[in-house]
Design a protein around this ligand. Structure first.
Ligand SMILES: Cc1ncc(COP(=O)(O)O)c(C=O)c1O
Length: 333
């Protein structure tokens, strides 16, 4: 039973069928196809505003291309110390931007406006570079969720005096956050100041599809040019777009996320979780010998050192079912 990540799951049948449907005819290449056009229109509807959309196949590409488009080579991008961008992307955002990503020390797994302010002041005091952007992860790497107010406060803090930071959201688990918040996607993105976001689908039911959703549309040309230069302009983009279109159709993205969140909540109700379980991840302190016995019994999960020496991460997905969770609870007991 595999709780290592949500991307150990397969793809939802609706998404596999959408790939097969996109396979029937010729289609114009490099994103000038009907599916990609429909996907953009669907995103405009979903976000209640005109947006541009650049489909890519990894979250790292979405993050790195986004940061590069809002941070000049002499700039500084601010990210929570836990940010995937800082911990797991092997400097891809720095590589594509040439900028420095500066970790913001924070008390919780989400940033506060005050913590961002302190980091900006520190960068200004030491003259590291020009403060240019901030990124927030929604849902956070600890499975917690920014509320509308939190994002508005961060957004208000990013423009003071000579400083103006562009705002990016790493929404690798955006669906899980919206399933928890039950708010309009616009409320926690552009209405709260987000300029562009990485909107994930792979972890929550796609086979391999993410998209950069651009709210500040003057950024769109640069994002596209950067995607092309970086080798992220898929020639058969229709297959990526078809996954995303199916993901957003009939609320599949929310149905999958609600299920994943519910499975995490089911687990959290029986164990003592390290962080509030608001999305689909549960972090637990487990003695090494018990962790080994669980592994020996066939359970798969990941040691998560940044939260402590004996902390492990269990992630539920759209494919995790109650039996999986209950067998883990039984084994732990
Ligand atoms: C919060 C977050 N952002 C971005 C990514 C990057 O996704 P990918 O592995 O597709 O590059 C991940 C993947 O684990 C993630 O957890």
């Amino acid at each position: 039973v595999n709780f290592r990540s949500d991307n150990v799951s397969g793809a939802s049948p609706e998404i596999v069928e959408a790939i097969a449907r996109a396979n029937r005819d010729f289609a114009t290449s490099y994103g000038d196809d009907d599916v990609t056009a429909r996907l953009r229109r669907r995103c405009c509807e979903l976000f209640e505003t005109e947006v541009d959309v650049v489909p890519v196949v990894t979250g790292t590409a979405a993050n790195a291309l986004s940061i590069a488009s809002i941070t000049p080579p002499w700039g500084v991008a601010f990210a929570h110390t836990h940010a995937h961008m800082l911990r797991d992307e092997w400097n891809a955002p720095e590589f594509f931007s040439g900028a420095r990503v500066v970790p913001v020390r924070a008390a919780a797994p989400t940033l506060t406006a005050g913590e961002l302010r302190a980091a900006i002041d520190d960068v200004l005091a030491s003259d590291v570079g020009v403060p240019s952007s901030v990124t927030v992860t929604q849902a956070s790497e600890a499975g917690t969720v920014y509320r509308v107010d939190d994002l508005q406060a961060i957004s208000a803090e990013r423009s003071r005096g000579d400083v103006h930071l562009a705002m990016h959201m790493d929404g690798a688990r955006f669906a899980n956050a919206i399933a928890f918040l039950r708010c309009a996607p616009a409320d926690v993105t552009w209405r709260a100041g987000v300029d562009l976001m990485s909107f994930g689908a792979t972890k929550n039911g796609a086979a391999g599809a993410e998209m950069i959703v651009i709210f500040r549309r003057e950024l769109a040309a640069e994002v596209r040019h950067r995607a092309r230069r970086a080798g992220h302009r898929a020639s058969k983009m229709r297959f990526v777009s078809a996954q995303l279109e199916a993901y957003l159709a009939d609320d599949l993205w929310l149905r999958n996320a609600r299920h994943a969140n519910a499975m995490a909540a089911r687990l959290a109700a029986e164990v003592s979780a390290l962080h509030p379980v608001e999305a689909n991840s549960v972090f637990m302190r487990i003695p090494d010998d018990l962790a080994q016995r669980l592994q020996d019994a066939g359970f798969r999960f990941t040691k998560w050192g940044i939260f402590g020496k004996d902390v492990y991460r269990f992630v539920c997905s759209w494919q995790t079912d109650e039996k999986h969770v209950d067998s883990l609870i039984q084994a732990l007991k």
